[in-house]
Design a protein around this ligand. Structure first.
Ligand code: SAM
Length: 216
């Protein structure tokens, strides 16, 4: 399994991701993300690393238009199947390093359980800030720092969670304002396939507002 790339892994698990996800974390995580961002109907959000559409689903239900981005074609196909007939989702294949969105294209950016998969978290955050309108809101939900090696070997996690102060600093370094990193009020549970380990890892929600005009 070690040689399989994270992309290949997510292509393979796409059809089962909803079921797997339910075992890892609950709806409380997305509710917290929507609340800190203060989502409003009629606006446009990006769901980055959208997977099978956990975050997208709740946004559509709240009357937003969603641009859902993932590197895995099979995840986008899964979303198209689930949200067939819904015209408020724009599906885009893309990668963390150069997201397929214009500068300042959206009012909100969400990324749930995405940051610990990307190559460079600070660079990924820079891209997330780039696509936000002035005054737009970013909400990232991800894992607190942990020591469960099997999450990396079995679930293709690249980073073993994050220190909240690092995430806050990365936000500030790209000029985001009103940065708050708090508990999302839930934890992520996973069992090793070898049955000898179970993990429970805290989940944080990091939120911020994009600056209203460029100062540099
Ligand atoms: C753990 S899943 C989370 C999916 C979804 N956000 C959810 O909450 O259920 C991570 C997703 O991010 C995508 N992903 C990982 N690294 C990526 C990258 N560098 N660029 C774009 N998508 C990426 C994966 O393909 C996968 O669908």
């Amino acid at each position: 399994m070690g040689v399989m790339s994270s992309k290949a892994y997510f292509e393979e698990v796409a059809a089962q991701w909803d079921t797997m996800r339910q075992g890892f974390y609950s709806e409380a995580v997305r509710e917290k993300a929507y609340a800190v961002a203060g989502v409003q109907s009629g606006q446009t959000a990006a769901d980055i690393g959208a997977g099978s559409g956990f975050i997208t689903e709740g946004l559509i239900a709240r009357g937003l238009r969603v641009i859902a981005v993932d590197q895995a074609k099979a995840m986008l196909a899964e979303m198209r199947r689930k949200f067939a007939g819904c015209e408020s989702v724009d599906y885009r294949l893309g990668h963390a390093e150069s997201l397929p969105l214009e500068d300042a294209e959206v009012d909100y950016v969400f990324a749930n359980m995405y940051l610990h998969h990307v190559e460079s978290p600070p660079e990924a955050i820079r891209e997330l800030a780039r696509i936000l309108k002035p005054g737009g809101k970013l909400a990232i939900t991800d894992l607190d720092e942990h020591t469960f090696e099997f999450l990396r070997s079995e679930h293709h996690d690249r980073w073993m969670g994050f220190k909240r102060e690092d995430v806050a600093r990365w936000f500030e370094e790209v000029g985001l304002r009103d940065v708050v990193v708090d508990s999302a009020g839930d934890s992520c549970s996973a069992e090793s396939c070898c049955g000898d380990q179970a993990a429970s890892v805290g989940i944080f929600v990091a939120s911020a507002t994009n600056r209203t005009r460029r100062t540099s």
